[in-house]
Structure formats: structure tokens, C-alpha cells
Unconditional design. Structure first.
Ligand SMILES: Nc1ncnc2c1ncn2[C@@H]1O[C@H](COP(=O)(O)OP(=O)(O)O)[C@@H](O)[C@H]1O
Ligand SMILES: [Mg+2]
Length: 296
């Protein structure tokens, strides 16, 4: 499909992929496409940062290339690597045939193994490149990214500079376990992805689980929204809301009751301290609130 020409069209294209963005996120995505700038998304885990890249790729009919960051991620894994084995073979063959090989022959393009960043520059049509969880990578990698993000190019010392014919659409995400360097931020448009409000969260649950009972979906969302107002160590994200909804559907639950909540809290909360805190009185209080609200 063509690039959306408005914020509304961007939101609609994402919604068609069952991704329901906030107005602010749709605006950020639209501007990133228009200005051809990378989009840096920060926010709590499970708020839809990774998923928007896949939704954008599907909406625009472009391939998705994903680079998952981790501590120690280096150029060889992120951008390119020389195919050492093939170079050695080439030398052997040349020796056997008594041909001369120069170093230049050996650092030719066909010996270059493309990793995600380089693939993103050479793929057609220009892909959506997801650089996921950049906060897990370390500072030298961020420094390397600077050239990539500002010029959409990679310089291979033995070979030269490889530039994108058409720049990829770049989405970077961070769970903010540490601050991303200012120099990276400067090259990007920035958006903080928040937890959705109740109305959008309910719409997302319905979009992702079309079969769920209306009343159950509403209760799940109200309960999760209530949990997010508590001072927990790790607040449940959308991923947890959807997992919990699926679990409840699996258990044939039609509405929330204390016993069901009690036995499924581990789908929603992943820290024993949080579970202990919510189990019993907090859960009962939230459920009572739900009933109140339903009656009102
Ligand atoms: N706005 C949204 N609309 C529809 N589904 C969403 C939305 N945001 C998140 N999700 C779903 O929630 C889950 C978690 O999202 P994810 O992108 O993995 O979170 P993050 O990368 O922020 O940790 C995924 O299954 C995703 O499809
Ligand atoms: Mg993610």
C-alpha cells in the first residue's frame, strides 16, 4: 500500500492489522514516515513497542527485518561479517589453478555476509527495520549506530561505504533499563508509549480475541487498570492483559470471581511480592469495585 497521507490514515492502516495506536503514537508514526526519520519508542514492557513495527511492515507491504539487541552485540552480528571460510576456499582454488589473487578480490561484495543492518540497506522494497530493546546493547554499539541512523549507510573498512537506495523505515525500542545516548536520540523522533486507557485496552482485547465474552473482557480490563494504580514492582502490560484473557477463555470463565482470579494471578503478575500483595484483600477490593461500577 502507499504511504498514509494523514494521521487518520496511519491509524487506520495500523488498525487494519489489529494494532490500535493511541492518537499520539499514530502521529509519531505518521511523522516518522513523512520525515524519513527513525522512530524511538520508550515505555514499560508490554505496551506495544515491538508490535507496532510488525504492524507497520504489514500495513505498508514491506518486509520486517528485526535486530534483537543484547549485551555484547557487535558489528559481526548486527551489520556484516566477512565470509572467512569462503575466502579461504577461494585462496586454495587460486593456488591450485596457479592464479594470482589479490587482497581486493578477497574483499569483494560476494564474500560479505549481510546481517540485519546491512540487509535493511539492500532489501527491496525498503523494509521496516526493528532495532529492538536497544537499552540491552552497550555503548560502542550505539556509537556505531550513529552513522547508520543519520545517513542510512554502513562503512566496511576493507570494502567501502554501502548506502541505501531507499532508506528503511527504522523503529527503535527501549524498555529504559538505562538511558539511550543523546546522540542517538537526536537522530530520532521520540515517543513515550504509555499503558492504554480502559477504552483502548478493551478495544485491543476485542480485536485480538474476537471470541471473548463481552462482560469478561470488560472485567479483565477494569481489573488490570485497577492493578496499574497499585504500587507494584512490575505493572502488567498489554501482553499480560491478553495472556490473562486467553487463559480465562481457556478456563471457560464467563466472569471474574475471587477463586478464578486467585488461581490465575501468575499469568498477570510475575513477581511473588506483587502476587502476595494482590492476593486476598486487594483482589477482593478490586472485584468489589468492578461490581460497583457495573451496577452504576
Ligand atoms: N496498540 C496495540 N494494539 C493491539 N495489540 C497490541 C497493542 N499494543 C500491544 N499489543 C499487543 O500486546 C502484546 C505486547 O506488545 P509488545 O509489542 O510485545 O510490547 P513491548 O514491545 O512494548 O514490550 C503483543 O501481543 C501485541 O500484539
Ligand atoms: Mg518488545
Amino acid at each position: 500500500m502507499l504511504e498514509p497521507d494523514s494521521i487518520d490514515a496511519t491509524a487506520a492502516a495500523l488498525q487494519a492489522q489489529a494494532y490500535l495506536p493511541s492518537r499520539e503514537l499514530a502521529t509519531a508514526a505518521f511523522l516518522a514516515l513523512r520525515l524519513k526519520r527513525p522512530l524511538l519508542l520508550e515505555g514499560a514492557p508490554g505496551t506495544g513497542k515491538t508490535a507496532i513495527a510488525a504492524a507497520l511492515a504489514a500495513a505498508l507491504g514491506r518486509p520486517l527485518i528485526r535486530l534483537q539487541c543484547y549485551e555484547g552485540l557487535d558489528l559481526a552480528a548486527a551489520a556484516y561479517e566477512w565470509n572467512y571460510a569462503r575466502q579461504m576456499l577461494e585462496i586454495r582454488l587460486a593456488q591450485a589453478q596457479d592464479r594470482q589473487r589479490t587482497a581486493d578480490d578477497l574483499f569483494a561484495r560476494r564474500f560479505l555476509i549481510e546481517r540485519p543492518l546491512l540487509q535493511a540497506l539492500t532489501a527491496t522494497p525498503a523494509p521496516v527495520l526493528l532495532i529492538d530493546e536497544l537499552d540491552r546493547a552497550d555503548a560502542p554499539f550505539e556509537a556505531f549506530l550513529l552513522e547508520f541512523l543519520s545517513d542510512f549507510q554502513v562503512t566496511v573498512p576493507e570494502f567501502g561505504t554501502i548506502t541505501a537506495a531507499e532508506p528503511p523505515i527504522v523503529v527503535l525500542t527501549s524498555n529504559r533499563s538505562r538511558e539511550i545516548h543523546d546522540a542517538v536520540k537526536r537522530r530520532c523522533l521520540y515517543h513515550w508509549v504509555d499503558f492504554p486507557d480502559a477504552a483502548r485496552e478493551l478495544a485491543i482485547v476485542r480485536a485480538r480475541l474476537p471470541g471473548i465474552a463481552e462482560a469478561l473482557a470488560a472485567q479483565v480490563v477494569a481489573f488490570v487498570q485497577g492493578l496499574r494504580r497499585l504500587d507494584l514492582y512490575k505493572l502488567p502490560g498489554l501482553a499480560e492483559t491478553l495472556d490473562w484473557s486467553r487463559a480465562l477463555v481457556e478456563l471457560n470463565a464467563v466472569s471474574l470471581d475471587p477463586a478464578t482470579v486467585q488461581s490465575t494471578l501468575g499469568v498477570l503478575l510475575k513477581y511473588q511480592d506483587d502476587i502476595a500483595r494482590v492476593q486476598g484483600s486487594e483482589a477482593a477490593r478490586l472485584l468489589a469495585e468492578l461490581r460497583e461500577a457495573a451496577r452504576a
